[in-house]
Design a binder for this molecule. Structure first.
Ligand SMILES: Cc1cc2nc3c(=O)[nH]c(=O)nc-3n(C[C@H](O)[C@H](O)[C@H](O)COP(=O)(O)OP(=O)(O)OC[C@H]3O[C@@H](n4cnc5c(N)ncnc54)[C@H](O)[C@@H]3O)c2cc1C
Length: 486
């Protein structure tokens, strides 16, 4: 077995699919007997849809829910306008996380990889040649050996702990309660925000039930104890200053403002993605989205490493690129949590912040920041072009008389070199990069574009650039090797 992926949540499913696309043998295991019916999140953002589009599967998700052109940041009365973002998907998609996982699992199955449910990772160790993974299956222990192990096993990741990876950050200072329940009388509590006598209550409509979220005034004695309906009812009644009867609880839980991040995303042959690598307050609803972005960044790098043609340092670039991205998520979710506090001392800060976010450039900046649309990775070559290091826009192209697009050319998850001008470009190790001679009528000035499998621009040149091929050779070698490996 080449790669073991621990956990079949969004991160594990996406990563496994990326590995499978690249031809890597992968075993994806999950401790649960089957997918949990509990739905944590309800959103996919622009960056996730861009990435799914570059694998040809965005439509499956877009068909499943409504799109909304705004998102909340600090002030519910002044949502962020998402239409200003530079993206094909200037909105957030309302889709249950359970359905996101189901669709990803279907895609993975189409790629020939089944999820092994009921397989719990209980041990792992590594040496220079591989990793040992101990699985508990039907109560019995089974030991397997693999080249690499990726912990996609959520916030309490056992892989992270066994690999000795630190998880520094801030402890919980405030707690919130969440209940998926029915209101005995639906007229008792409106959807949206209700300011009660002693607290704010959020009510989100769900099919056949509501999700209620509110602050827990006292820190729980034991935060791991399951939340009981009687406790939730009590806190709700206190916040509202009146009784609103609840029934039929489907899911009761608590979450906090704890924020932590793995100090290493890559530890030898063990890596972390998604919640295993970072936890943060749920403000902004981005966890699934960050998990998908981690997975797509790691997938091609781990595949190249496993298949033996990765240049030196490629796998480490996963940490170099995604750790700062995770740190930005911790920062923005912390800011939203602080701004959401019911402290009157914060009112002027909130007011000022609302005024600022209403300014078009600030709103755009924030929207692209929280969705990850503005994510830029160090291209490791000089260059001033604004696309360099960022996700290449989904340009419309003509190749061999056929209409296509960048998203379509990236479906196989291979690096793409576009030759758009008259000069012939050096393609480097032929087998690593798929070169296309194409025309781009929208941007006739473009001469060439090198795009990584995750869609980010590794090199770009226009007709007026004097020596484009020098930097192209460096970019090809940096990301795809010089052909001496593998
Ligand atoms: C109340 C709430 C609301 C949220 N709303 C949103 C939202 O609207 N939008 C959004 O983007 N995000 C949201 N999130 C965050 C989102 O749910 C997580 O960030 C996301 O699920 C992380 O994906 P993951 O794959 O990293 O981890 P997980 O989804 O946690 O998946 C981890 C998987 O690993 C498995 N596993 C664990 N241990 C082992 C083991 N030892 N062996 C084998 N398998 C193991 C688990 O069974 C699980 O299936 C919300 C979170 C909460 C709590």
């Amino acid at each position: 077995m080449t790669v073991v992926v621990a956990g079949a949540g969004p991160a594990g499913l996406m990563l496994s699919a990326e590995l499978a696309l690249a031809g890597v043998e992968v075993l994806v295991v999950d401790q649960l007997p089957r997918r949990s019916p509990i739905c944590r999140g309800f959103t996919l953002n622009a960056r996730s849809l861009e990435l799914l589009d570059r694998r040809g599967i965005a439509d499956r998700f877009l068909e499943a829910g409504p799109t909304v052109p705004y998102s909340m940041f600090a002030d519910p009365a002044r949502p962020l306008d998402l239409t200003a973002m530079d993206t094909d998907h200037p909105y957030v998609l309302g889709i249950a996380q359970t359905l996101v996982e189901e669709l990803l699992e279907q895609w993975l199955a189409e790629l020939g990889v089944p999820v092994r449910w009921g397989h719990e990772v209980v041990g792992c160790d590594q040496d220079d040649t591989g990793v040992g993974v101990t699985l508990r299956v039907d109560g019995a222990h089974r030991r397997i050996r693999a080249d690499y192990l990726v912990g996609c096993d959520g916030s309490r990741s056992i892989v992270r702990k066994l690999a000795g990876i630190g998880f520094p950050g801030t402890d919980a200072t405030t707690f919130s309660l969440l209940a998926d329940v029915e209101l005995a009388d639906p007229a008792d509590l409106p959807f949206g925000v209700t300011e009660g006598e002693h607290g704010t209550v959020f009510v989100i409509p769900r099919p056949g039930y509501v999700r209620i979220v509110l602050d827990e005034p006292e820190p729980p004695g034991d935060r791991d104890q399951p939340v009981q309906l009687a406790h939730f009812q009590n806190v709700l009644d206190q916040a509202l200053g009146r009784r609103v009867a609840l029934r039929e609880p489907r899911w009761l839980t608590r979450f906090s403002d704890a924020a932590r991040q793995a100090d290493r995303y890559v530890a030898g042959r063990i890596m972390l993605t998604g919640d295993a690598a970072h936890i943060h307050p749920p403000a902004g609803a981005v966890g699934v989205n960050v998990a998908l972005a981690d997975a797509v960044n790691l997938g091609w790098k781990l595949a190249a490493t496993t298949l033996g043609h990765a240049p030196d340092g490629l796998l480490d670039s996963y940490h170099e690129e995604r750790h700062p991205a995770g740190a930005r998520v911790l920062r923005t979710t912390r800011v939203q949590t602080v701004l959401g506090r019911r402290e009157t001392a914060l009112d002027p800060v909130r007011d000022l912040f609302s005024e600022l976010t209403a300014l078009a450039p600030v709103g755009k900046y924030l929207a692209e920041l929280i969705t990850g649309v503005s994510t830029r990775y160090d291209p490791k070559i000089p260059g001033e072009h604004p696309w360099l290091g960022r996700l290449a826009p989904n340009l419309k192209l003509i190749t061999d008389g056929e209409h296509t697009s960048i998203a379509k050319l990236l479906r196989t998850a291979r690096p793409v070199l576009l030759e758009l001008g008259d000069r012939t470009l050096p393609t480097g190790p032929e087998s690593r990069v798929t070169a296309h001679r194409a025309r781009c009528p929208e941007h006739p000035d473009l001469e060439g574009l090198l795009i990584r499998p995750d869609g980010h621009t590794a090199w770009i040149s226009t007709q007026t650039d004097p020596q484009p091929t020098d930097t192209l050779t460096t970019a090809l070698t940096t990301w795809f090797g010089d052909g001496t490996h593998g």
